[in-house]
Ligand binder design. Structure first.
Ligand SMILES: Cc1cc2nc3c(=O)[nH]c(=O)nc-3n(C[C@H](O)[C@H](O)[C@H](O)COP(=O)(O)OP(=O)(O)OC[C@H]3O[C@@H](n4cnc5c(N)ncnc54)[C@H](O)[C@@H]3O)c2cc1C
Length: 342
């Protein structure tokens, strides 16, 4: 069987892209290949948080596009998006916070009082009770269930999906790519999309363009209250998200540890716990005793912290950093543009 498009990697990026392509171009024959089970890469670890915190103009645009598109996409695949929540922006430098985030966002020009909550009062005690709040700024998805729904929709529409299939190499022979798997199977496809998140090293022709960093997610074992806000620590690439169903908070931190190989076992170290305490201790010492277990994984960073979709015979998605929910739909559209479909 010859395909029009083969997608290598079925994380949130590959799955979103496949759904967008199928909806717009249902006649294109598509093959999806995943070396593990669906959504078991970086997307498995994602907190699924989607705050409006993009630095560059391009990233801001991707955020806007994705925030709109995910609503349609979620509806189509039967995933119910949770309500938005308020976000409290934490920083040691309040002036720069206003300049950088609040003014452009156009909705944050003053301090407000955070509603009393299970964690808010710890911060209030130590820094006084006034915060910058983005009303309804935070949206999030349960990345695992969302990936499942995206995949189910593809299966229901009859697309060819091969899991437990490791692509070892691919190369162009005439009009078609030949894609070779660990079982020496050969597939032929006109276009190839490499959406392998941080597992790019297998194919990445220029390994210096994007690099992997370790991202840690710690449990903070206090039950959130109904109206608790999320907290973003702007100086540290970290946030606290209330997980109501799990009855705990999640503290996500991007570490400074580069060069992480996602194919090797990535472990939580004592330095990671020190890092978590350091971030929280800027604002309160009262949370130390609630820091629980952590999970860690690699994510793929580009220099501008924005996703790059490049065509170099095949189409490569690089620099997915924090790009699960935030950028996957916009990335899918960029891929369609690179495919040149009208
Ligand atoms: C702890 C943590 C918290 C995070 N929190 C957030 C958050 O709150 N919000 C947010 O937006 N983002 C967050 N992220 C980032 C987000 O999870 C990733 O950016 C996103 O999941 C990347 O998705 P992806 O589909 O590009 O890659 P992946 O999910 O890694 O998918 C790539 C897939 O390709 C497969 N693959 C690799 N090589 C091959 C091969 N040779 N053959 C076949 N298959 C292959 C892998 O098995 C994998 O399933 C977080 C990341 C971590 C680690």
């Amino acid at each position: 069987m010859k395909y029009d498009i083969a997608i290598i990697g079925m994380g949130i990026t590959g799955l979103t892209t496949a759904n967008l392509i199928h909806k717009r171009f249902p006649d294109k024959k598509m093959l999806l290949i995943e070396k593990q089970e669906i959504g078991q890469g970086t997307s498995y670890y994602s907190a699924g948080f989607n705050p409006p915190l993009s630095i560059s103009d391009q990233a801001k645009q991707s955020y806007k596009t994705s925030s709109t598109l995910i609503k349609t996409l979620a509806k189509e695949v039967g995933y119910v998006l949770p309500d938005t929540i308020d976000v409290v922006y934490m920083t040691e430098d309040r002036k720069s916070l206003i300049e950088k985030y609040c003014k452009p966002a156009g909705h944050l020009n003053d301090t407000s009082t955070v509603p009393a909550g299970s964690i808010s009062h710890f911060f209030k005690k130590e820094i006084g009770g006034s915060f910058y709040i983005g009303k309804g700024d935070g949206s999030y998805v349960d990345a695992r269930s969302y990936c499942e729904k995206l995949a189910n929709n593809l299966t229901a529409n009859g697309l060819d999906i091969n899991t437990q299939t490791y692509v070892t190499e691919f190369s162009k022979k005439g009009d078609y790519f030949q894609i070779i798997t660990h079982l020496s199977a050969i597939y032929e496809s006109k276009d190839v999309i490499v959406s392998t998140g941080p597992f790019l090293n297998t194919f990445e022709p220029n390994k210096k363009i994007s690099r992997n960093k370790k991202v840690c997610a710690f449990s903070i074992n206090i039950e959130p209250e109904k109206n608790d806000c999320a907290f973003i620590f702007l100086d540290d690439e970290a946030f606290l998200l209330p997980l109501h169903k799990e009855k705990k908070w999640l503290l996500s931190i991007t570490s400074t540890e580069w060069g992480i190989d996602p194919d090797k076992k990535i472990t939580v170290t004592s330095e990671d716990f020190v890092m978590a305490k350091k971030v929280l201790n800027k604002y309160t010492n009262a949370l130390d005793e609630y820091i629980g277990e952590a999970i860690v994984f690699a994510d793929n960073y580009s220099d501008q912290k924005e996703i790059k979709v490049e065509k170099n015979e095949a189409i490569y998605v690089r620099g997915t950093s924090g790009g699960g929910v935030r950028y996957a739909p916009a990335t899918g559209l960029k891929i369609i543009e690179k495919l040149g479909y009208k």
